[in-house]
Design a protein around this ligand. Structure first.
Ligand code: ZN
Length: 287
């Protein structure tokens, strides 16, 4: 059953269609339902296009998450919406590209400038290298999803045993929430166009994805912030550990694996950003 995205009150329909709706000359003839509980339109996003949705998603507006998770993508019997499977594949391929680029760019202290730090892997044909990164990203993404699905939906989950979080019986909806909220990851497409080499940008993007994940979990499960944070951190830890294990197996133990949040690097990135801002402020003061 759909809900009002402003107050979560369940509603029968989100809009009413009037006669002549099929006639192109008479426009749409759709009227949005007004919520009886709060007096707002139940779901204003019904009329908005994808660009508006994506921008509001990046801005972490709770209403857009409720629209997507409760009113649009929620299927009977907890089936995946086909568009979510496409989004998942897109995110995975994008992850492969970003991980590959990041690991290749990392400079190791004991390698000479022209030498790649991928070691043995760099001598393999490019297809094999691609398959390696595809496997790495697939397994780490699965670890991320499965650990959070276990914590939210399994009867053996410590959270439900301790009574912190009631068991949520729709694990595929949890994955949907995680995928939708990870779509901020697609943002660096713009950065590739503008040739970004700013570590601060990449790092803050990593944190933006985490913030989106937390918000989506909180809205879907209707739980406290610290519970959602705990879920997101557990997922990230599982992903990191599994990624690390795959890299060690491949003899790339020295490489900083998924490396989204090494504290030292974050500190450095923030410091660079701060210095940059200070330089700018100085320049403005002089000018
Ligand atoms: Zn309402």
């Amino acid at each position: 059953m759909p809900i009002c995205i402003e107050c979560r009150h369940p509603v029968k329909t989100l809009w009413t269609q009037y006669s002549g709706a099929g006639d192109p000359s008479s426009g749409h003839n759709i009227r949005l339902t007004v919520c009886r509980n709060c007096g707002h339109f139940c779901d204003k996003y019904v009329e908005h296009d994808f660009v508006v949705l994506f921008i509001d998603l990046v801005l972490i507006k709770p209403q857009v998450y409720r629209h997507l998770l409760h009113n649009t993508l929620m299927r009977d019997g907890d089936r995946f919406d086909p568009s979510i499977i496409r989004l998942g594949v897109l995110l995975l391929l994008f992850d492969v590209y970003l991980t590959w680029a990041r690991i290749e760019k990392q400079t190791m202290p004991d390698t000479s400038p022209g030498q790649s730090n991928l070691g043995r892997l760099a001598q393999q044909p490019i297809v094999l290298q691609y398959i390696f990164f595809l496997i790495l990203c697939t397994i780490s993404t699965m670890a991320f999803h499965l650990s959070i699905r276990f914590l939210t939906s399994s009867p053996a989950s410590p959270l439900s045993i301790l009574g912190i979080l009631p068991r949520y019986s729709r694990p595929n909806s949890v994955s949907t929430a995680l995928l939708v909220s990870s779509s901020t990851k697609l943002f660096p497409i713009l950065m590739v166009i503008w040739e970004y080499d700013v570590p601060a940008a990449a790092r803050s993007l990593g944190w933006a994805v985490v913030a989106n994940n937390v918000e989506a979990l909180r809205i879907l499960l209707d739980c406290k912030y610290y519970t959602a944070c705990f879920l997101a951190i557990s997922g990230a830890a599982a992903r990191w550990a599994v990624g690390r294990a795959v890299l060690m197996t491949a003899g790339l133990g020295d490489v900083d694996s998924i490396g989204e949040s090494s504290v030292a690097a974050d500190g450095k990135a923030l410091w660079a950003l701060f210095k940059y801002a200070r330089d700018w402020a100085g320049r403005l003061a002089v000018g």
